[in-house]
Design a binder for this molecule. Sequence first.
Ligand SMILES: Cc1cc2nc3c(=O)[nH]c(=O)nc-3n(C[C@H](O)[C@H](O)[C@H](O)COP(=O)(O)OP(=O)(O)OC[C@H]3O[C@@H](n4cnc5c(N)ncnc54)[C@H](O)[C@@H]3O)c2cc1C
Length: 490
Amino acid sequence: MPKRVLVIGAGFAGLAAATSLADKGFDVTILEKNSIPGGRARVFEAEGFTFDMGPSWYWMPDVFDTYFARFGKKTSDYYNLVRLDPSYKVVFGPDEAVDLPAGLDNLEILFEGIEPGSGVRLRQFLKQASYKYEVGMNKFVWKPSRSVTEFLSLKLLFDVTRLDVFQSFASHARKFFTHPRLLEIVEFPVLFLGATPENTPAMYSLMNYAEMALGTWYPMGGMHEIVKAMVRLAEEKGVKILLNQTVKKIDIHKKTAHRVITTEGIFETDVVVAGADYNHVETSLIDETNRNYDDAYWKSRVMAPSSLLFYLGVNKRLPRLLHHNLFFDEDFKVHAQEIYETPRWPSKPLFYASAPSKTDPGIAPEGCENLFLLIPVAPDLTDDEATREHYYNLIMDRLEAYVGEDIRNHIVFKRSYAHNDFKQDYNAFRGNAYGLANTLRQTAILKPSLKNKQVSNLFYTGQLTVPGPGVPPSLISGLVVADEVAREFN
Ligand SMILES: Cc1cc2nc3c(=O)[nH]c(=O)nc-3n(C[C@H](O)[C@H](O)[C@H](O)COP(=O)(O)OP(=O)(O)OC[C@H]3O[C@@H](n4cnc5c(N)ncnc54)[C@H](O)[C@@H]3O)c2cc1C
């Protein structure tokens, strides 16, 4: 009889873990609380618009290719990827914006035009970043990080100094560029990691390599196409995906998980892989005595920001926007302080506007624009309708000033989403959107462990454990945990 594995949660990590385990011969069932799979990458339709609810940037296409290749498939078997050119727009004010072209030659020309000499330095910066990408994405992130010895054995294979682990990203970037606009452009990808450039190791310039050299892509139909592809592949491998199954308890007897109890039934198992929020699993699904970490540990974690989101259907096109638009028209330092140091609703936030209907007319009615607005905010803030509306108007003023036309009177669909929704929909710790910040003290073996230290057959996967937040790392997390389960239980 094949061993049974129950996977909690059908996010990217849960789907990847389940598919890989089924491929290795396990009998795998996913228990998912929501009515559709995908977790933070769910989708909804309204008034003829199709809204991706979470991720919108498709970076590191090689990771997705590796994922499907592992099962003898190609990304193109499932969805049609297009590279965006320009990659994105950075708005510095109503009359000042820069469009970032795809391709290094054109980027160099752009940089050179802003700061003479910076074109060549960009090439040098990216050459270093490519080494970090090579080592980081091909070696580091595939380590289960259960012991420091995993990394010691790698030491002989690469040059540690070139990885820049102990220098901050901010000081590294300033060795190459001085113009404030260029610094904002190179520091932007680091914001994905959930910490300020001052608190992020310079190793993460690998993100610049990912963005500038490997490009910004989009799967036609939307980001949820990736989820659909993964579900198809999982089911081809024999994974059973049970939706509307909220897990209430993992039954543990003599340090072994035997059963998982959901709102709908009881499931016997040999192994549990928890892909739901790590903190939720520890505090709500198992007894305190079996937890890996206590409340003080969780309190001391630096979280990546949460988000206030707006999904908007607009009954006209907005020619001045690109697919991705970053509004860096306020002081990032003040906003960052209001996220990390003195957490509060921000006074003048930066925000991100995505109009995927620029690339994909199929996700909006003809002549309309599909708009997604995101303000990064501190986790755990008081979230109410009046606050959401205040920020809606605040960023709409700036968006309208930039596009040079009225938007508010052309909204035919509007939905907001913030902390309370993250908690309700995903049991998100402190209403987090993208997990733990990638600071030096929360990297690799210093992240919450992917194995329960007391319960012999309970594993964790997803954005709160290794390697970290983001779609590619979550996918990798699922594959890494599957290898660990197979190593111990095959
Ligand atoms: C607004 C937003 C924008 C983002 N933008 C990007 C981007 O552009 N690019 C990028 O790469 N990444 C982006 N991310 C990050 C990325 O989406 C996440 O890191 C990734 O989706 C996390 O996947 P996961 O599988 O770890 O977790 P999740 O997607 O949260 O999956 C966990 C699953 O567990 C389920 N669950 C929870 N509790 C239970 C329970 N008790 N019983 C059963 N099931 C349960 C949840 O319903 C969920 O389906 C973004 C995230 C957000 C929120």
